[in-house]
Design a protein around this ligand. Structure first.
Ligand SMILES: [Fe+2]
Length: 166
């Protein structure tokens, strides 16, 4: 985020540079969540095979929750004095992960990819929540709440991939 994109304030009780640093870290989490909700919809549209309806219908509630996290994270950035970006060009320029690789494909192939996607998002969320926890427990609390749901959704994905007895 460019320096002139920050407000003169951050939240009370936080040094301004700390609040703005947390806002900067949250911007990449915002890009990751925006990418995740699109990947989930993309799979919802492109999944095929005998598990089509189970996977198709499982994903929309995840999209709804992740879109809620997008809004929550963007508004936390603004609350901290930053300027949240929802621009897709910036998302692509700043992401350090690969674009979702599959088009129309069998449900098991998509679920294996989504498992990988969730692992990346959750690991990076945990990194940022640990950093936020050193200066801003409110942002830490928000990210803990998000990780709890993201980990639950990854379990839904993984349960489809697990074989009985394995
Ligand atoms: Fe739909």
């Amino acid at each position: 985020m460019a320096e002139d994109q920050y407000s003169d304030y951050t939240v009370p009780g936080l040094a301004r540079e700390n609040g703005h640093e947390i806002a900067g870290l949250l911007q990449v989490r915002l890009h990751a969540l925006n990418d995740l909700q699109l990947a989930l919809k993309h799979v919802h549209w492109n999944v095929t095979g005998p598990h089509f309806i189970a996977v198709h219908e499982m994903l929309d509630p995840q999209v709804d929750v992740v879109r809620g996290f997008v809004d929550e994270t963007a508004e936390r950035i603004a609350t901290l004095g930053g300027s949240p970006s929802g621009r897709t060009g910036e998302l692509v320029a700043r992401r350090h992960w690969e674009d979702y690789p599959l088009g129309k494909a069998d449900s098991m192939a998509h679920l294996a990819e989504l498992d990988r996607v969730y692992t990346g998002v959750i690991e990076d969320h945990r990194d940022v929540l640990a950093k936020a926890g050193q200066v801003d427990p409110i942002t830490e609390d928000m990210l803990i709440g998000q990780v709890k749901e993201l980990e639950l959704f990854q379990w839904f994905i993984r349960s489809h991939l697990e074989r009985a007895g394995s």
